[in-house]
Each structure stands twice: as structure tokens, then as C-alpha cells.
Ligand binder design. Sequence first.
Ligand SMILES: [Zn+2]
Length: 384
Amino acid sequence: MTLTPSPADPLSTLDPWLHELQDWIACESPSADTAAVTRMMELAARRAQAKGLRTESIQLAGTPAPALLVSNRAAGDDRAGILIIGHLDTVHPAGTLARNGWRCVDDRLYGPGIYDMKAGVYLALEALGELQAAGGRTALPVDMLLVPDEEIGSIHSRTLTEDWARRSRYGLVCEPARARTGYCVTARKGTGMLRVVAHGRPSHAGVQHDKGRSAIREMAHQVLAIEAMTDYAQGVTVSVGLIEGGTTRNVVPARCEIFADFRVPDQARGDALLARMRALSPRDADVTLEMTAEMNRPPMEPSDATLALLARAQACASQAGWTLGAAPMTGGGSDANFAAAAGLATLDGLGPDGDGAHTLDEYILVSTLAQRLAFWRLLLQSLD
Ligand SMILES: [Zn+2]
């Protein structure tokens, strides 16, 4: 699994502490391939154990891929501590690395899943491991929770993350820093999903056209009504991303189904949007609508405790030689949404600087890693 650097391989010039990150990228771990994600968890566990950290594999309901808990907690220490949250699944199917390869161009290191978010987990684990290996206790116990399913909505790990968030004092999330600014994230929109199925009546499209009730025609009206719920000024977006209906050309379609994604900046707007969605009614009285509308991730709204945590993180960053800003609210969700909604002071986007999440051009900026590693060390040491 280790990539053997050839003399011409630019990766061979990387800092030694980064060498194992190559193995992490080579261990491809798409969310749906639970065996692959499990291998990735084992790789991270071995790295943690080598640094003297305690690890525990946690089985989740509904998936064979486990979560991994890494901790520097002394036996009997049950204080609320620092919770580091990360995920080790990626959006890239197996074989992406073979097709796309590694590239190191100037300061940019490209690889599937490197920016979102294996390098982020690697940084945090490296900092915690260095502190442990040096015998330096942190003021608070540190627990690191790595989940296998974030890219598919954390459907199996959500309650585990919420449980840990409720019993922790601070939350630090390893998602990538915002592209082009390197800023962290204190606010994320809530994300939700709408599914609508229209049930009409089939008929011969030529012989008995008038007997049919077209589910596609009905859905066309609904799609326009749903998309019209987007309100940029309010920070609300609704997008119908998938539509499927009908059986064949000459049958008036009896069924049509859509899936829509929606994002809201706060719970109140989320509740209002859900109410509007649930009030949708068919134009054609002979067609029925079946509907599921729900929030998947609650909005991450910064609390006073989050802003106080941000100030402490900013002090650590400047001590490490760089400036940490807070990005404006982002439309992307993460496990930080669950942690913050559970009442935990949470900072997200503490992973590496780079760009291209969820694309084949994902990269991190190598020159920023040493400063970010120093930042993590300082932050883990100083939070109390
Ligand atoms: Zn991510």
C-alpha cells in the first residue's frame, strides 16, 4: 500500500512526518465501500497506537464500518474534555488514485480525499500524538472521534457524535479550511431533504388520453413551486436535484418522484420552510402527493461560547505565525452541525488550506502544514 517514491517523485521531498499521509491517501475509502473504510480506520488506529494513544473501535448500527475513538484520557479521568471530530470516508470511488494519480505542483499536493479531509485528521492526530509522545499532558482530556459515513449524511454515526458532543467541553472539527482564505468555520447552514411522489392515473396516451392523470404534468407544477421557495436574501436555497417519472412514451404517466435539497441559515427559517413544503397540494384533484420533508443537519449557529473559543484559537494561530479568520456562514453541512446543535462550543474548518473538495483536483497547500500543526499543538495544550 505504501507508495515507493522514485527519484523523480516530488513526494519524496516531503517532510518525513508527512510520509504516512501518502499511505492514508493510497488507502482509498469511499463511504459505500465499508471494507475499505474499515481498513482506513485501522490505519489511523495503528498511527495513534504508535504514538501511545488509546484507541477503541466502535460498532455502529446499520453499517459494518466502525467509528474510531482515539484518546489521551488517563484512566479514571471523566472530565468533559476536548472533542476532535473527523471523518475518514471520501466521495471518491475506488480506483480514482490509479486513474488520477498523485501530483505535486509547486506548493499544491493533489490526491483524492486529501483536502476533505484526510490531511485534516492527520494534522490533528499528529499534534495529539506528538504531545503524547513527549509526555506532555493536555490541560483537558482529548477525545478524537473519527466516523465512517460523513459524506453520506452521517446516518449511522450521528447519535454517537451527539452523545460525545453533550459530554464534551469544546469541539474542534477537522474539515478543510475555507479555500483561498484558510479561514475556519463557526456557522453552517442547516441542510434538509424533500422527497415528493405524485400518483396519477395511467392510460393509453393516444386512445384514452382523457382518462389519464399525468403525474409528470402535476410534478412540473410542483417543481416550479418548490424551486420558488429559494430566497437568497434570507439565505434559503431549494434545489430539485433529481426527477424520475413515467414508464414509456405512449403511456400517460402514473408516477413521478423528485428529490430536493434545501439549506437554511437558522432553525426558524427551517421550520417555516418545512411548513410551506408540507402544505404543498396537488393542482389536479385526481392526483395525490406523498411527501417526506425533513432537516438532515440542523443549522450551526455560533454561540457566545463558540466565539470565545474562536478568540482562543486565533491567539494560538498568531503564536504559530499565521492569521486565523472566521469565514462567513457556509452552505455546506458537516458533523459540526450536530455538535453545535447539541450545545457544544464548536470550531470547524481547522484542517489544511487548499481547495477543490469533492473534485478530482482536490489539493492541500504543503507550505501551510507546519504552521497548522504548531497551531493544533498549542490549541490542544492551552484549552482548559
Ligand atoms: Zn469532509
